[in-house]
Design a protein around this ligand. Structure first.
Ligand code: IPE
Ligand code: IPE
Ligand code: MG
Length: 252
């Protein structure tokens, strides 16, 4: 583990890592356990990866914890996840504060049950003055919801005379997204062996590097994170330019 960590170039860390934490249910079922058992174990991975990112001094870590579509799961799983969410957030606040971690939430949080909304508000408030890692929880989040919601707000502002359609640029549009104060992720990780995005940060990932691993989320630990970062550091990000142009820019 130490070995992998020493290979990471601290000057070239991704400033924003986003993770699709997938595979809890299958991990549990593979051991003859209930899916919720997997979600409970997934919390251990969250702790470990948040700590890993804080140690590396990554700027932002976004965790996709619950999608808009996940509301359609069986009621006992949704209810179990909500209780787990609230319990975990409540329990983790002192650790977040100790490690100077600021919590943020993106998503349609109005869909969350009242007790979860209240707990979340309190945690956001209690960590609001921290200046270290920004931990962004995507809860009841989906990209299509976010984009449609942004378009609705833009249309309303135009109707109210607050915005001229001619002024809509990438920057303006960005300001209407939940992620308006969050830079685009450089690295997106998905665990569990699925090769899809599942409605996550569709607009923001335009130039993200994607990393897929077969490891199920409850088994994902710092070492796996370091592997993903090393893979990222071995890539050439061209943003539409040629490889030669990028090399020249590096030399300058
Ligand atoms: C990810 O694990 C957690 C959530 C989506 C809440 P899953 O619950 O999707 O686990 P699999 O993909 O069914 O194994
Ligand atoms: C994506 O996982 C959402 C989260 C990790 C919260 P899903 O398990 O819901 O995605 P699909 O259904 O396999 O695409
Ligand atoms: Mg899944």
């Amino acid at each position: 583990m130490q070995d992998l960590l020493t290979k990471i170039d601290k000057q070239k860390l991704p400033n924003h890592i986003a993770i699709i934490m997938d595979g809890n249910g299958r991990w549990a079922e593979e051991q003859g356990q209930d899916r919720l058992f997997g979600h409970y174990h997934g919390v251990e991975s969250v702790r470990n990866i948040v700590e890993g990112c804080a140690e590396l001094q990554v700027g932002f870590l976004t965790l996709y914890a619950f999608s808009t579509e996940n509301w359609d799961r069986p009621k006992n799983e949704v209810d179990g996840l909500m209780v787990l969410l609230v319990e975990t957030i409540k329990k983790e606040v002192p650790t977040l504060n100790k490690n100077n971690i600021k919590l943020h939430v993106i998503g349609d949080t109005a869909m969350l049950p009242d007790f979860a909304q209240n707990e979340l508000q309190e945690a956001l408030q209690l960590t609001s003055s921290n200046t270290g890692l920004n931990l962004v929880m995507a809860l009841s989040y989906s990209s299509r919801w976010e984009i449609v919601n942004a378009v609705q707000q833009i249309a309303m502002d135009i109707k109210d005379g607050k915005l001229d359609p001619i002024d809509i640029s990438h920057q303006t549009f960005n300001n209407y997204l939940c992620t308006k104060n969050i830079p685009d992720p450089e690295l997106i990780i998905r665990t569990s062996g699925e090769f899809r995005i599942s409605n996550f940060l569709l607009y923001q990932l335009a130039y993200s590097e994607l990393y897929f691993t077969n490891t199920r989320w409850p088994e994902f630990r710092k070492q796996n994170l370091y592997e993903a970062i090393l893979d990222f550091q071995g890539r050439e990000r061209r943003f539409g330019k040629t490889g030669n142009q990028i090399k020249q820019e590096i030399e300058i």
